[in-house]
Design a protein around this ligand. Structure first.
Ligand code: 1CP
Length: 328
């Protein structure tokens, strides 16, 4: 049996039909908050390719936005936030508003749950507290997120308060997505890899464990996938200690290592290089075969090691699916 397959960022700019709705939607946030458009963006890749899962079209930065932080997305430059500069700024974050502000996401999920064929899994998601805190303090993307790292080091007590607020906001958001009809949730910790092992344990593993506990208490049996991108051998600690059921591995993890060290603890998801999908052909087929060879006999979901990039030719996604399903 071929493994189930979906792709991180399977919706988005590489699809002409996405660029079409994006051009009429107003801002990127307008698109995320309009259930009809978010539903359409979610379904576009599922209609075009025979994927095994749909991931609701949204963004991790909706949670900081719903907490009351100013967030905007500018063309080509990525996100911009009104950066938190000192502990006093945390007072501006209002947990009580999050559920109401994010209602359009739950509305989209409810309708997607009704519309999707039952064999297609519907995935909800959120950013992990560390990655959200990193954007909230830095105010934009960054290589090392040093402002956030420095805050965590210099003032662990106030940083911990921010993480606690985010644990509450993120677990509530995930629980409401499952209640609305999501079958699985994924927690994106895209910047986990910049932290030291000690900081990783405190700001990634512990908060994730708290979130997983809350989700499973509220909706028992919900599968949770974690993606602590870039953490190398610490993936093993994460698989052992965070409580997640599945771990998404990035392109730097060798599939053979993941099979030996992770697959007896969790379902592994990954990890084709998005650049191999851009190139297609032999490079893509060989890399896919290698991943299937190493991971295909254990609990496994085929995915990329990071999101689909805008330069990806859509035909290569079809070719990838044929390769995966023809190989087994
Ligand atoms: O211009 C556009 O149309 C906006 C581009 C875009 C898209 C398509 C952004 C801005 N977000 C999204 C959608 C999105 N973001 C999804 C949709 C569902 C799908 O996968 O199809 C998901 C799951 C995300 C998650 C997300 N947003 C992450 C985690 C995954 C990752 O890429 O590491 C992160 C870090 C973000 C922040 C963000 N939002 C958008 C951009 C360009 C970024 C990254 C900024 C950076 O480089 O730091």
């Amino acid at each position: 049996m071929p493994p189930p397959v979906w792709l991180m960022r399977q919706a988005g700019r590489y699809l002409p039909e996405y660029r079409e709705i994006r051009s009429h939607a107003g801002t990127f946030l307008d698109l995320c908050y309009a259930p009809d458009l978010a539903i359409e963006a979610t379904l576009q890749p599922v209609r075009r390719f025979s994927l095994d899962a749909a991931i609701v079209f949204s963004d991790i930065l909706l949670v900081p936005h719903a907490l009351g932080q100013e967030v905007s997305f500018s063309e080509g430059k990525g996100p911009k936030l009104a950066a938190l500069k000192q502990s006093g700024d945390l007072k501006g974050l209002v947990l009580e508003d999050v559920a109401t502000k994010l209602r359009p996401v739950y509305e989209a999920i409810k309708q997607l749950h009704r519309e999707l064929a039952p064999e297609i899994a519907l995935i909800g998601f959120a950013g992990a507290p560390w990655t959200l805190a990193a954007y909230m303090i830095e105010g934009k993307t960054s290589r090392h997120f040093s402002k956030a790292q420095n805050w965590a080091k210099a003032e662990p007590q106030s940083f911990s308060k921010l993480i606690d607020v985010l644990v509450e906001a993120v677990s509530g958001h995930l629980i409401r997505q499952v209640e609305a009809g999501a079958d699985v949730v994924q927690i994106f910790d895209s910047w986990a890899g910049v932290l030291s092992p000690e900081a990783f344990e405190r700001w990634v593993v512990q908060p994730t464990r708290a979130i997983v506990g809350k989700v499973k208490e509220a909706v028992p049996g919900t599968p949770v996938i974690g993606f602590p991108r870039g953490v190398d051998v610490l993936y093993k600690d994460y698989a052992e200690a965070s409580g997640v059921d599945g771990v998404s591995i990035d392109t730097q993890v060798s599939p053979a290592w993941a099979a030996a060290e992770l697959q007896d603890k969790v379902c592994v998801q990954g990890n084709l290089d998005p650049e191999a999908l851009v190139e297609g052909g032999k490079r893509m087929r060989d890399a896919t075969a290698q991943i299937l060879e190493a991971l295909g006999s254990g609990p496994f979901v085929f995915n990329l090691g990071h999101g689909v990039v805008p330069q990806t030719p859509p035909e290569h996604v079809s070719e990838l699916l044929e390769t995966i399903r023809g190989a087994v």
